[in-house]
Design a protein around this ligand. Structure first.
Ligand SMILES: [Zn+2]
Ligand SMILES: [Zn+2]
Length: 421
């Protein structure tokens, strides 16, 4: 069995690994790179039988547009729905790939491969690792994962009943040289949100990703405790609906704690695409909040926002400081607006006397300690690091680590021989 890491052997994001049997091949993820100093990928020449998408983050699916439309693209259905909604609301056409949906624990075949998805805890919903079997070999790909989110039970489940006889483990290592000690769990994040909003004199904006469901739940719980109302945009409301977050994790009556802020742009998309959104607009607007209501008593509200919302944030600056809880990876603050719109305004808030800038975030990725637990539980014959800035930093994680390079094909039997020698 031959394998090539096209990208991701020494960078975070843009992961793409190809596994070949004699007749077939599959790609593990086909992500958009986060860094500009990255290897060019000629997607049209990869010609896999199928692509397995681990989760709906751009750095894992972002290049599927470039595939031949016949290539099968496997992913979780919820994740696909979220990608569709994003594209609808920003006015992009939906992907025209040949999608297939899988379910956690249900094996499926692609040519000579048998693939079993494992639902994992991550900062995106519907995130999976994969067990890939072919030619008598067993490979496990971790995808992006962690052990400290609200779905941490999934991690404990895998390591207490790990897939056996793994030949090769591709494991992510985003956190190899990063710490998660300020906010070790989502509960710590919730506490900081609560502390910030409970006695606020003005509105609070919480800057995070709408796909980070754990974070929305933290915001809701903090609002409930502090007697505040959570304001979300149309996209976030759509996600909550799709995931039934309100009804499953939080009783339905707590929609009372949530109001929806409809921008003109998003509202236009809802009316333009009834075939996609159905009667969502009508239902969601029973919870609508208008600008005037927010401005009449801003201290009653926590606004779940994005970096691009800085113009709305600026409207509330005045005598009383506006709280901005920055609740995502700090690295985005060093980007320019051309890469992440709003990043420059957000970075400037740190020194703005009108803003009380608060940081509250726990990582979407496993800590060094949890990477160790995972690697030793799966006990592979060889471990190859991916999705990491430091693929030489894995030597303390596990004993049989063999870092690879992008674009260099290797033979699995040979790799195992090297690893166990
Ligand atoms: Zn990633
Ligand atoms: Zn991710």
């Amino acid at each position: 069995m031959k394998i090539v890491i096209h990208r991701g052997s020494h960078e975070i994001g843009g992961t793409c690994i190809q596994i070949f049997t004699e007749r077939n091949s599959v790609l593990l993820d086909l992500g958009m790179p986060l860094s500009k100093e990255t290897r060019e990928l000629d997607v049209s020449n990869l010609r896999p039988d199928a692509v397995l998408i681990s989760h709906p983050h751009q750095d894992h699916f972002g290049l599927i547009d470039l595939l031949d439309p016949d290539v099968l693209v496997y992913m979780g259905e919820v994740g696909k729905n979220l990608i569709d909604a994003t594209r609808m609301l920003i006015g992009k056409p939906l992907h025209s790939n040949n999608f297939r949906y899988f379910k956690s624990g249900q094996a499926f075949a692609v040519g000579a491969f048998t693939i079993t998805p494992y639902l994992v805890d991550h900062s995106a919903v519907d995130a999976y690792g994969f067990l890939i079997e072919a030619d008598g070999k067993r490979i496990f790909y971790s995808g992006d994962f962690r052990a400290h989110g609200r779905k941490s039970a999934l991690f404990e489940k895998i390591i207490s009943h790990p897939p056996k006889d793994i030949d090769l483990l591709f494991m992510e290592g985003t956190m190899i040289h990063r710490k998660n000690s300020d906010f070790p769990t989502e509960a710590h994040v919730e506490e900081r949100i609560f502390e910030t909003i409970k006695d606020q004199d003005n509105i609070t904006f919480l800057i995070s990703s709408s796909q980070n469901i754990d974070r929305i739940v933290s915001a809701l719980r903090a609002c409930k405790r502090a007697g505040k109302t959570l304001v979300i945009d149309i996209y976030t409301a759509w996600i909550l609906e799709q995931l039934k977050v309100i009804s499953d994790h939080i009783p339905a009556r707590e929609w009372d704690l949530v109001r929806v802020y409809a921008s003109h742009r998003q509202d236009k998309k809802l009316t333009e695409h009834p075939e996609f959104f159905g009667d969502f607009r009508k239902r969601v607007y029973t919870h609508r909040v208008k600008k005037e209501e927010l401005q009449a008593c801003p201290r009653d509200f926590l606004f779940f926002a994005k970096m691009s919302h800085f113009k709305i944030i600026d409207l509330y600056k005045g005598e009383k400081r506006v709280n901005v809880i920055y609740s995502q990876w700090l690295g985005y603050l060093s980007y320019l607006d051309g890469d992440y719109y709003g990043a420059e305004a957000m970075a400037a808030y740190r020194n703005d006397p009108g803003i009380n800038f608060v940081y509250a975030h726990t990582s979407g990725h496993a800590t060094v300690e949890d990477l160790k637990r995972f690697a030793w539980a799966l006990n592979p014959k060889a471990l190859v690091p991916v999705h990491t800035d430091h693929n030489n930093g894995f030597q303390n994680i596990y004993s049989r680590v063999l870092p690879q390079s992008d674009g260099v094909s290797f033979d699995l039997d040979e790799l195992i021989r090297l690893a166990v020698d």
